[in-house]
Design a protein around this ligand. Structure first.
Ligand code: NAI
Ligand code: MG
Length: 365
């Protein structure tokens, strides 16, 4: 049997710093658990532009299509702000998402007990929270036509179109139900079927896929605005939430922030199953390249490390090993270790990026 393959794209700013800590974890799994990955590393974003004049070469794109999973750090930085739109670092990331057709964006909101006090909500509201928002990523109002700014009489009109086909809704619904089966068998679908036709279709198709293929999963529907209220009132009522691109953009940011710092948030973007049954997959922290702290050893590597835990769970069927890694993170936080972003008023001494990574590896032992 060949080893599972992993393409690592550290990117710019703190990307390489946090990825270096993930490499330690990957090495640990190879040495201690006999889980050897075929790891290759390549450039994406500004560093790829510097080297090749493009934020993502065709070779790297082809490689991403072949591997079992891609793990990305972050792209961008002030140095590239003046570049033409077509070669901006973000274009590298967008090209990956588009050509791999990654239509299901998984954003967990998970509260580690040690950080419950760090949330803006009460500790008993967020303590133990573990929910997953699935945002449709490749369609909806961010892509629908017609779009643009036109002139109508004396004034300008801004136009965007919310558009979803049945098959686009069906495939992301299936992602949600599959995921629910690996979790707690419960899905809440959110739209605005009360005021939007696309929402009516969304609700119908999700219900149809449920009834035909996943009757064992508990399904509920909620209007997205009510969902926003319920997420802040009592988030633990949810497990998997599935929603469209626009509502998912907002709701996933909202849910994520229930639990604390940007430096803690992982994500996965999944596409259609490949020949080996694994979904096309890109794992990355939610945060960007953090130019304000890059090169100083201050970055929190946990978001990137938890993204690798998601890869273990969703690409490599290693749920128990993913649990092990998440527990190591939890244990290090419980010991009081904090990178600078996790320090509030209490005035602890922060640990460096590498110290946090080393401590997590030590807990794995
Ligand atoms: P950002 O996420 O890079 O930083 C926002 C704030 O959070 C900064 O104060 C930063 O220091 C802090 N932060 C972020 N990640 C952290 C970590 N792991 N540990 C500790 N602190 C952390 O977002 P910003 O500043 O809006 O964008 C900076 C650059 O990153 C821009 O060029 C932007 O285009 C790019 N970007 C890239 C993304 C990606 O690669 N997926 C996503 C968001 C932004
Ligand atoms: Mg957003």
């Amino acid at each position: 049997m060949t080893n599972p393959s992993l393409l690592i794209l550290p990117g710019d700013g703190i990307g390489p710093e946090v990825m270096a800590e993930v490499r330690k974890i990957i090495d640990w799994y190879g040495a201690k658990r006999g889980m050897v990955f075929d790891v290759s590393e390549d450039l994406v974003g500004g560093c790829a532009y510097d080297a090749h004049g493009t934020p993502l070469t065709d070779e790297t794109m082809a490689k991403a299509q072949e591997v079992d999973a891609v793990l990305l750090g972050a792209v961008g930085g002030p140095k590239y702000d003046k570049l033409d739109f077509s070669v901006k670092p973000e274009r590298g990331l967008l090209r990956l998402r588009k050509e791999m057709d990654l239509y299901a964006n998984l954003r967990p909101a998970q509260c580690f007990d040690a950080l419950a006090d760090f949330s803006s909500l009460k500790a008993d509201v967020v303590g133990g929270l573990d929910i997953m928002i699935i945002r449709e990523l490749t369609s909806g109002v961010y892509f629908g036509e017609p779009r643009g700014i036109i002139k109508e009489g004396n004034e300008r009109v801004g136009i965007n179109t919310q558009r979803y086909t049945e098959s686009e809704i069906a495939r992301v619904a299936r992602s949600a139900f599959e995921l629910a089966r690996k979790r707690n068998n419960k899905v809440c679908s959110m739209e605005k079927a009360n005021v939007m036709e696309s929402g009516v279709l969304w609700r119908d198709v999700v219900q149809e896929i449920h009834d035909a293929e996943y009757p064992d999963v508990e399904l509920s529907h909620m209007y997205a605005d009510a969902g926003a209220m319920q997420l802040t009132r009592w988030p633990k009522q949810f497990d998997v939430i599935v929603t469209d691109n626009l509502f998912g953009d907002l709701l996933s940011d909202l849910a994520a922030m229930l639990t604390g710092s940007l430096g803690m948030l992982p994500s996965a973007s999944l596409g259609a199953p490949m020949a080996n049954g694994r979904p096309k997959a890109l794992y990355e922290p939610v945060h960007g390249s953090a130019p304000d702290i890059a090169g100083q050893g201050k970055a929190n590597p946990i978001a990137c490390i938890l993204s690798f835990a998601m890869a273990l769970r969703y690409s490599f069927d290693q749920g128990a090993e993913a649990d092990r890694l998440e527990q190591a993170v939890e244990a290090v936080l419980a010991d009081g270790l904090r990178t600078a972003d996790l320090i509030g008023e209490e005035g602890r001494e922060p640990v460096s990026t590498a110290e946090m990574g080393d401590a997590i590896v030590a807990k794995l032992d």
